[in-house]
Design a protein around this ligand. Structure first.
Ligand code: NAD
Ligand code: ZN
Length: 356
């Protein structure tokens, strides 16, 4: 089966390949893009059980010398001690400047392995092999890497672009429904930014059936934005749609609510707030809510507007007395709203009361 190729145009450009059966062909695809080197595969224990042997076989068939590092699955592994074990593993394996790391897994693996690749020997290459929908449509593209600190999520990290992204859509067959929903939230966010035909595909609630066009359109959108704004000083900030509330909900829940679920609630609140304040060109809130619900996502929260505003204002995205929100005015049209921080709680309240 042929695959799609979506380029990300940066100083050092790279391709995102999307299609079925890509993991089984990973060795030859990596050889074409990167040439000869040693490959260190980084993956979590769940993904290792499903896909590591297949990937290692393909790499060896393509003539690669490999080693692999497996860590316990889950966000708790995205922290300093795993990073430090990983860096020591690279050193013990004597990886050199010309070698390469493969991040095989979801966003946790990509963020951790990308960060380790970005600082080992002041930066070696890495390849993303996303196996969750969230990683495929969002975290594997754009070069943001990070680990969590006890003080908060993603507090230590760097921009380090991958050299190649291989997105094997067959991986999503083994993904539990909640993980598919988690990724669908980021896809719906992209659909609200991009508009049609992506949003309509997501409105069906049947992501599995439309997986290839959904992933392709999300990747194309993100690749284009990242190509315009590599380090998030301008248009890339649009990708924060739903995230001010989303991050606040994650924080208030002690990070027990997964990122995508929190973003889903954030998308619903911001859409209802925009609509109830008359700041939209067309009714959007009901459509956005129904797309979220059909994909198994929540649209309300038990936390108060006050608690969410307090959590949001302690977040790093705050600048001075203003906070920048991304607000939808129609499906396919969002804009930046500079809001005085004192008005944030009322803005959230408008979106939460309209949801009752
Ligand atoms: P994850 O990597 O923990 O994966 C979720 C779960 O699915 C894990 O238990 C994993 O083992 C399992 N899994 C992965 N692939 C599977 C498959 N094909 N079949 C069955 N199970 C599979 O989490 P995630 O949701 O992919 O990513 C969340 C992380 O991504 C967060 O840490 C978040 O901060 C980060 N993130 C980063 C960016 C970025 O731009 N760098 C963007 C968004 C999110
Ligand atoms: Zn996100």
């Amino acid at each position: 089966m042929e695959h799609r190729v979506i380029p990300v145009h940066l100083r050092e450009s790279y391709n995102v390949l999307i299609g079925g059966g890509l993991l089984a062909k990973s060795g030859s695809l990596i050889r074409v893009a990167l040439g000869d080197c040693r490959l260190a595969v980084v993956t979590d224990c769940n993904v290792a059980g499903l896909y590591l042997d297949g990937v290692l076989t393909s790499l060896r068939e393509a003539g690669y010398d490999t080693c692999s590092f497996v860590f316990p699955a889950g966000e708790q592994s995205k922290r300093m001690d795993t990073l430090s074990n990983l860096l020591e593993f690279f050193a013990e394996e004597r990886l050199t400047r010309t070698d390469c790391v493969l991040a095989l897994g979801g966003g946790v693996t990509g963020d951790l392995a990308g960060f380790a690749a970005g600082c080992y020997l002041r930066g070696i290459r890495y390849v993303q092999l996303p196996t969750t929908l969230l990683a495929a449509v969002d975290s594997s593209i754009g070069g943001k890497t990070a680990i969590d600190l006890p003080q908060g999520k993603n507090l230590a990290g760097l921009f380090h672009q991958p050299s190649l992204v291989l997105c094997d859509i067959d991986c999503f067959h083994t993904l539990p429904a909640e993980e598919l929903s988690n990724g669908a939230a980021e896809a719906i966010k992209t659909g609200i930014l991009e508009g049609e035909p992506l949003f309509s595909l997501l409105e069906t609630g049947n992501v599995r059936e439309h997986i290839e066009p959904i992933v392709t359109q999300c990747v194309r959108y993100k690749a284009n934005i990242v190509g315009q704004d590599e380090t998030e000083t301008g248009p890339r900030k649009l990708l924060n749609l739903g995230h001010t509330v989303g991050h606040a909900i994650e924080k208030c829940s002690g990070f027990s609510i997964p990122h995508g679920y929190a973003v889903a609630i954030g998308l619903a609140i911001i859409a209802r707030a925009a609509e109830s304040l008359g700041a939209v060109d067309e009714p959007i809130a009901a459509r956005i809510e129904s797309a979220l619900v059909r994909n198994g996502l929540p649209i309300t929260t038990k936390f108060s507007p006050e608690a969410l505003a307090n959590a949001a204002l302690s977040d790093k995205k705050r600048t001075g007395g203003q906070i920048t929100l991304v607000v939808p005015r129609a499906i396919g049209a969002c804009y930046f709203l500079e809001l005085p921080t004192a008005q944030l709680e009322n803005f959230f309240r408008a979106g939460m009361e309209a949801g009752k």
